[in-house]
Design a protein around this ligand. Structure first.
Ligand code: F6R
Length: 239
């Protein structure tokens, strides 16, 4: 596991965005694992603003998003809408090459990822409780794509997307499992908000415990944790 420390969110977005652009340039058939939420916003902005000038095309690339809400009452807040707004409509990826897990047939998603050749580069954010995808604390490290009940703390953290109204935040989601995520050839986790500090400290300790879903990453052979300096300073007790 490599820890990469950058000054701020914008620098994190540039760094991670450039990783994706470099990979897509080397491999036009890139299979990308994508995340939603606040953490990847600067990354998506950087990709959208720079792919053409760097001679990159996503026309042959495919994406597999981590997760999707079940019964989301506000269409604009579904994760497909989020991706359309923040990335897909701004690059040349083909809609038919963008994939989301299907709540009616969750485990089929693992099969589809496998048939596509497996995820080359997987982007992750991290929940304040350590979830990756929507794998909440206690999820088995051997889990495949599945339906999961969202914890109160995750729903509280996400209510900002629903006008602050907890009753509008979906109670369930379908998510890639932890074993699904671990099959990715390269994983890049962004921690660019101070609320994630506790979980970064757990990662640093090298602990592997299903209470902390993201701790599964400690045994991945090619995983980057990209941090902002404020988190680094506290978590590493550094200046
Ligand atoms: C989103 C996802 C979640 C988020 C996490 C952090 O697709 O899988 O694990 O990455 O909840 O969310 P933000 O980035 O909004 O703090």
């Amino acid at each position: 596991m490599r820890f990469i420390i950058l000054e701020n969110k914008v620098e994190v977005g540039k760094y991670v965005g450039q990783l994706f652009l470099d990979e897509a340039k080397k491999n036009p058939h890139l299979i990308m694992g994508l995340a939603t939420g606040s953490s990847p916003l600067e990354t998506y902005q950087f990709i959208a603003e720079n792919y053409r000038s760097q001679g990159v095309s996503f026309a042959e690339a495919k994406s597999f998003n981590l997760d999707e809400y079940l019964n989301c009452p506000i269409k604009k807040e579904t994760y497909r809408s989020f991706m359309e707004e923040n990335l897909f409509s701004k690059i040349d990826i083909k809609t038919q090459n963008t994939n989301f897990p299907d709540p009616d047939n969750p485990e089929h998603y693992d099969q589809r990822i496998l048939e596509a050749g497996g995820v080359d580069i997987q982007l992750l954010g991290i929940g304040q409780n350590g979830h990756i995808g929507f794998n909440e604390p206690g999820t088995s490290f051997s889990s495949l794509t599945h339906i999961i009940e969202l914890t109160k703390s995750t729903r509280e953290a996400n209510k900002r997307f629903f006008g602050g109204d907890l009753s509008l935040v979906p109670t369930e989601a379908v998510s890639m499992g932890l074993a699904t995520i671990m099959k990715s050839r390269h994983i890049v986790l962004i921690a660019n908000d101070i609320t994630k500090i506790k979980m970064v400290e757990v990662l640093l300790k090298g602990l592997t415990d299903e209470t902390y879903p993201m701790s599964v990453l400690n045994s991945h052979p090619n995983c980057d944790i990209v941090l902002t300096r404020d988190i680094f300073k506290i978590a590493f007790k550094a200046d």
